[in-house]
Design a protein around this ligand. Sequence first.
Ligand code: GDP
Length: 521
Amino acid sequence: EFGEDEGDEADLAARPPVVTVMGHVDHGKTKLLDAIRKTNVVAREAGGITQHIGAYQVAAEHDGEDRKITFIDTPGHEAFTAMRARGAKSTDIAVLVVAADDGVKPQTIEALNHAQAADVPVVVAVNKIDKEGADPNKVRAQLTEYGLVAEEYGGSTLFVDISAKNGTGIDQLLEAILLTADAELDLRANPTMDAQGIAIEAHLDKGRGPVATVLVQRGTLRVGDSIVCGEAFGRVRAMLDDNGDAVEEATPSRPVLVMGLTAVPSAGDNFIVVTDDRMARQIAQQRAARKRSADMAKSSRRRTLEELFSDLEKGRVDELKLIIKGDVSGSVEALEDALLKIDVGDEVRLRVLHRAVGAITEYDVNLAVADDNAVIIGFNVRPEPRARDLAEREGVDIRYYSVIYQAIEEIEAALKGMLKPEFEEVQMGTAEVREVFKVPKIGNVAGSLVRSGVIVRNSKARVIRDGVVIADNLTVSSLRRFKDDATEVREGFECGIGVGYNDIRIDDVIETYEMREKPRA
Ligand code: GDP
């Protein structure tokens, strides 16, 4: 019901980038969001009052073209990561704000880790350059250590010096955002389909009832549409933009305040347009039921490392992601270094998403949830109560250690358990092609005689001609005895075999096999 399918390629149109502003506390995120908004007001009717709806759009010129950028109006990576933990991708680009008089701080790195974990490109705004003691070059040098190398130093990250207070550098920052979007992202969406997107903020308004700010991600949202948003549903009665103006329709990347929902959704819930109110109610109820059972399943099982590894063995993941929290920076660094030195070959990797000093917070847990299979390591630290509850609910694995070598031993054993199982081929049967039939929808089917073993439907197959393998990795997708479907056909019998290979010919040999897991020594 909610997906990435954009429909016809021909219908795709450019959409504005969606930006989140992140950085250390007091480095000027809020001030910057205000400054951007002030210097670039999209034409507003006289007397219009700015509405803080959770996101806004500004106009910017780039290469002589009029462009737009959408800013999420909640500074910080917390909302961003909380939304991501719900599976919502809210942001295309992160602006990392660093005060030039203060330099890189722990939360700067935390924010950067969160952006990088989400694969979101970063533009750095070096703020407060009006202040005495501001050292923008030091910020560039400091961030190099974390993989953000400024363009002027031969890297690919754009750094822009700004003063949110004086409004200097804002246009250059907008330009840098558009440059980064054009260079690194393909921001297109199909405006012709029914709208889909996410809620970025919602509350119960005294006069208007439940209101939600939604970000349209594809399609066009119109007044009168029936929508489901999380477990809330309803018909869009009216929409307002961030200027407080009524809006009839909203295209991709446009944030609008939606009225008409029957309940308040959560930030990060996705919304879809459906055919009518009845359908909307049905889907909302289904979602609520599904969520209840998912919650129950989650709280009844805490995922252990062992379970994670069984996921890994099934080939679902090949990377162990860690979040390391410790009591002092020395221990965090020592632990990270030691863990990264564990050698288990190239099949599995260990990636540290985030490391910091201090108790395990809700943000850490959300980061782990967002990354699905991340494990949190607490070295002489414990979770805050809310983080503990969240971890419990979400089934996030937290491991506690107070001795480094114990942590290393356990993670090493775990990583070894993650090694993908080896497979070996088991021969099943061979058949000789006697005739070839054209069958509508299936393609060419080989009328064959089974020469050895059994031919089993859905097993793997290869085609051999004059002793040479001419096609491999095929699947026995149809198998028939006379007119009937068969699941297997034995040696000495005739059958029709379809392997999805149209150049099959008389006298070819079809060899079938299965890949079985090799028992590990
Ligand atoms: P946030 O915590 O990152 O949202 O930071 P704020 O936007 O609240 O800013 C923190 C403080 O820094 C406030 O007192 C701002 O007025 C001040 N500030 C923000 N940007 C600038 C700037 O460019 N120059 C100067 N001198 N002060 C700034």
